[in-house]
Write a protein that binds this ligand. Structure first.
Ligand code: NAG
Ligand code: NAG
Ligand code: NAG
Ligand code: NAG
Ligand code: NAG
Ligand code: NAG
Ligand code: NAG
Length: 918
């Protein structure tokens, strides 16, 4: 293929079309946009032509089959094909010696495989448009013969490309796109795009270095009613994303695939789990990164191969691609969240410790749990109940005997400064005698439920028995949901809602009546999902919802329920809603927290909870954690201690257990284990001011909270795939023990100076692994040089700890510099940042002083004091210390660790504070 470089920039402001036809038939088309669109004037589109486009379906020329084995794109994904069948599809058939379950295909496309032909590109309101036509039918039923391509240079770092049917509208994903703030500069786009008209394909290059990020000409574009496929080369083999799966932080490209179809499925390998996130980030190898988001909610399978390359196959909707140019990995995540929305600001209490189990079968038992936690002096902010509370497992009710005093119990918890959350499943019991269960009767009357394909309410089976499923895409349903949440809240003043089972999960396949034998239920191609069928463990996909059928909307069920629940809580409580959702889709983080579902109590699941949590951070759902000590199966003391240590650094920390298992509340273990758990939960509580400030940044600028090392140290090749350690923001490095019996950790410290958070001991790293002793009561945490961490003395609840004296922990750089900050508000009012109702402090250290400087004050810090300053890395022993100019008698300095501690202070946080030493 000849590539001709065309003009790169066009200064002309009126609409001009330049066509240059070169001798070898390469066409170069460039548009300069009209005045309104002058922003996109610096993107160059090049149109290039395949050298020898010739294809004869019955005889594939052998020379076109000479594709390197690792670059073969499978032409027989739907079933295995004989040579004759393969060749009749127009594909190459070249068997390989060994065949396993995974490996290169024998039947594969050529790069000239007939696809679409692109017509001329014309400018539009938002970018450029071309019509694509398919010359010959593909082997798929119901090809879409004509496609409309729109190319929109939306910002200098975001390219948006859609392919849809211009003649008859197809389903497009609702709810997700949110215009978040973020810079919108169009000057000097970071990308160029090349188009190959026939067979249609495009490539995207990073302008600065010419790197090809995507090249879709390596395989055909297929676009049939129920089968859409596009392949692309990848710029490197370091790819993260495409959740939710049980994987390390980077994906395996060795002929593997992942399917995206929300499913109630305990985390295990090769299974589609609760959520779908068709977004991935590629580390390009030199510290730069880009991301690709395919906004499509249909069942999808993404195939990966070592070329490196990847093929999207989705079975409905349109192709709606966003490409984010970074160039830093953190900016890729921010650019992604500009499309799907920045995460909500969580209430402060939700960062405390949560305790739950299925099997707290009465208020008495639940009250006892709280009592025992308090006796053990272990912080607990939020007590939970699973479905035990509900009368005959029906939501919006509570058992009159076992939970008869539920309202009083919640009030009592509130008196203790605690919060209370309970489970709310979407399935509405449909089998109660008429008049005995109003949420159903009312829903029936209002038509809020999902119908089956013949227009009657679809009945499935969940915990209460036969159930109907609310259709949250219907505005009437959202109002009905709000009414019933309000009705319940007026009796039981819950502080948040836990929306479980919302994939949605169904204990019968499809419905109690089964599912019709249709092309929706049994599409020409079904992605590799657990159970083999789309309706396994969920609803018939032919079911009808307000906006479309369940086939299209399935993956949005949890998101739409989260939106409705968030809205209802907002209405009834008028404070920041707390919602915890199991099922997820892009955009969920605006409304909800997430936990990683039914993890097993074992060491492997402990270890894989780290990449799971980190990946959800990339998906814009920073408030996430795994069930501490594991949910399924019996835990044991050592595992539970180690899990509590790691869990203390999940952004969301909840211990939750399944009904039949050995108990795992901290107080059931030995004194030694309890001490270790208390210590680390106290450590978490002491760090909550810092964690809260990180959430503020996530909410206002989409920065990550629990952060993979590669995001912070993108140019350090050793960080590329580390997922046994992680950071909080840019400053705290957490290196937990993840193996049974281990009493040390081999932890990687990126180049620079690091201090033990516990005692300030200094480590100078060249970028190396260091072994740290980690007895059962220890989790290894390091403070990065140049950072100042605001802390606060812990307490049994955040209601109390929020009033305690602050501590500043300062990690000096070699040049004695450090900085940090604190975002503070009342912890629960709505939109405090947006309304300017918050306080903001900056901290900095230079030479021999530390300063706390209020930038903005709002009364939220009134009465709060700075009690202590710890300075790590003070090289010269100080002889005197001054606080705001007054000599401090009470300071200590350790020669061995070089830590200066100034304690016993009582300095108002609302004033400028200077601590100086010499
Ligand atoms: C395709 O190949 C077949 C068999 O060689 C030949 O008969 C036919 O004419 C060819 N068609 C075209 C369009 O080249
Ligand atoms: C195009 O790029 C040039 C430099 O490459 C820059 O000076 C100019 O402002 C850009 N124009 C627009 C409209 O972005
Ligand atoms: C894209 O891939 C095709 C097929 O492998 C190759 O011929 C072409 O050079 C690639 N384009 C770019 C820009 O790398
Ligand atoms: C709960 O405890 C109270 C007071 O101890 C007792 O009167 C009541 O019977 C208990 N309820 C249940 C259901 O065990
Ligand atoms: C489902 O059926 C009910 C009752 O026939 C009707 O009110 C409702 O509009 C239907 N919903 C949809 C999405 O078709
Ligand atoms: C829809 O539900 C009704 C009532 O339960 C049932 O009779 C009918 O067979 C169902 N239709 C399908 C296609 O399952
Ligand atoms: C807090 O900020 C809001 C908005 O700027 C302002 O109206 C209010 O008076 C402030 N409250 C205090 C106590 O400073």
């Amino acid at each position: 293929m000849a590539i001709i470089r065309c003009l790169n920039t066009f200064a002309v402001l009126t609409c001009v079309l330049l066509i240059i036809v070169y001798e070898d038939n390469t066409i170069c088309v460039a548009f300069s946009p009209s005045k309104e669109r002058q922003h996109s004037s610096n993107i160059s589109y090049r149109i290039i032509k395949a050298q020898k486009y010739s294809h004869n379906v019955s005889t594939v020329p052998r020379d076109q089959c000479g594709i390197a084995v690792e670059r073969r794109i499978d032409c027989a994904r739907d079933r295995s094909l004989s040579r004759a069948e393969c060749e009749s599809r127009g594909c190459c058939y070249l068997p390989l010696p060994q065949s396993g379950l995974r490996g290169p295909p024998w039947c594969f496309y050529t790069v000239f495989y007939p696809g679409y032909k692109m017509g001329p590109m014309l400018p539009t309101e938002r970018g450029h448009r071309a019509i694509l036509t398919r010359s010959a039918p593909s082997y798929l039923p119901r090809d879409i013969h004509t496609l409309q391509l729109d190319v929109m240079a939306e910002t200098q770092d975001r390219l948006h490309l859609t392919l849809k049917d211009p003649t008859s509208p197809r389903y497009e994903v609702p709810f997700v796109k949110s215009q978040s703030k973020g810079h919108k500069s169009m000057e000097n786009p970071l990308y160029d795009v090349d188009f190959q008209p026939e067979p249609f394909g495009f490539s995207v290059r990073r302008k600065s270095n010419g790197r090809v990020l995507l090249n879709t000409t390596i395989g055909p574009l297929l676009f049939a009613d129920q089968y859409l496929q596009l392949s692309t080369s990848l710029a490197s083999s370091t790819v993260s994303g495409l959740g939710e799966h049980y994987t390390p932080i980077t994906l395996d490209l060795d002929w593997s695939s992942v399917s995206l179809w929300n499913r109630d499925m305990a985390p295990h390998r090769s299974a589609n789990l609760y959520g779908s996130h068709p977004f991935f980030l590629v580390q390009e190898g030199d510290g730069q990164a880009h991301g690709v988001f395919l906004l499509n909610s249909n069942a999808m399978e993404v195939f990966m191969q070592p070329a490196p390359a990847l093929t999207w196959v989705t079975i409905g909707g349109i192709l709606d691609f966003f490409i984010f140019l970074g160039p830093s990995p953190q900016s890729v995540i921010q650019q992604y969240q500009e499309v799907i929305g920045y995460p909500m600001m969580p209430p402060y209490w939700s960062l405390g410790f949560h305790l739950c189990r299925w099997g707290y079968t009465s208020t008495n038992i639940t009250r006892t749990v709280v009592q025992l936690m308090r006796q053990a002096k272990i912080p607990l902010d939020v007590q939970w109940n699973d479905l035990d509370y509900a009368d005959q497992r029906r939501v919006f009710t509570f058992d009159p005997q076992r939970f008869g005093d539920l309202p009083q119990m919640v009030e009592d918890f509130h008196q203790l400064g605690m919060k209370y959350v309970l489970i709310l499943d979407p399935g509405i019991s449909s089998a109660s005698p008429p008049g005995s269960y109003k949420p159903f009767d009312d829903g029936l009357k209002k038509g809020v439920f999902i119908n089956n394909s013949t227009g009657q309410i679809l009945i499935g089976k969940v915990w209460p028995g036969p159930t109907a499923f609310p259709d949250f895409t219907n505005p009437t349903t959202q109002d009905w949901w709000m009414d019933w949440i309000k009705d319940f809240y007026n009796k039981v003043p819950v502080d948040g809602l836990w929306i479980d089972m919302n994939e949605p999960s169904n204990f019968v396949q499809g419905s109690v009546d089964g599912c019709p034998d249709s092309e929706l239920e049994k599409p020409p191609y079904t992605p590799g999902v657990i159970g083999g069928q789309l309706n396994s463990g969920t609803l018939c996909v032919s079911a009808q919802q307000y906006l479309s059928n369940h086939y299209n909307l399935h993956n949005l069920y949890g998101l739409t329920e989260a939106i409705a629940t968030h809205r209802a809580l907002l209405k009834v409580k008028k404070t920041r809603p707390f919602v915890l959702s199991r099922s997820s889709f892009p955009g969920l983080g605006r409304f909800s927290a997430h936990w990683t579902g039914d993890v097993r109590s074992d060491w492997e699941q402990l270890r894989f909870s780290i990449p799971a949590v980190l990946l959800f951070g990339l998906y814009g759902i920073p408030l996430v954690g795994a069930d501490v000590c594991g949910f399924g199966g019996d835990t044991n003391e050592e595992l539970c201690v180690r899990w509590t240590q790691l869990g203390a650094f999940y952004p969301f920390m909840r211990n939750h257990n399944d009904r039949p298992n050995a108990p795992q509340e901290p107080y059931v273990f030995s004194q030694r284990a309890q001490d270790a758990m208390r210590m680390v939960i106290n450590l978490r509580y002491s760090l909550l001011p810092f964690l809260y400030t990180l959430f503020h940044h996530a909410h206002t600028s989409a920065s990550t909270v629990a952060r993979p090392l590669f995001l912070q140290f993108p140019t350090d090749p050793d960080c590329r795939s580390i997922d046994r350690q992680f950071l909080w923001g840019s400053s705290l490095l957490i290196s937990p023990v993840l193996e049974q019996g281990a009493v040390e950790v081999m932890a990687y410290l990126p180049p620079g100076t690091w201090y033990s958070l516990h005692n300030g001991q200094t480590y100078y790293s060249k970028g190396q692994y260091i072994v740290f002793p980690a007895s059962l009561d220890t989790i290894i945490v390091h403070v990065r040089e140049r950072s100042i961490i605001p802390q606060q003395a812990p307490a049994l609840t955040t209601a109390i700890s929020r009033k305690n004296p602050f501590t500043l922990t300062v990690g000096l750089s070699v040049g004695n510099l450090a900085k940090g900050e604190l975002f503070w508000d009342d912890g629960e009012s709505l939109d405090t940042f947006e309304r300017g109702d918050y306080s903001y402090l900056l901290f900095f250290a230079e030479e021999s002083y530390v300063v706390s400087k209020p930038i903005k004050l709002n009364g939220s810090l009134d009465g709060l004091v700075l009690g202590e300053v710890r300075v790590f890395g003070v090289q010269t022993p100080p002889t005197a210390v001054w606080a705001n100019g007054q000599k401090v008698p009470d300071f200590s300095y350790r020669l061995d660790t070089k830590v200066l501690t100034v304690a016993g202070l009582e300095l108002p946080m609302t004033a400028k504070i200077t601590i100086q030493w010499s």
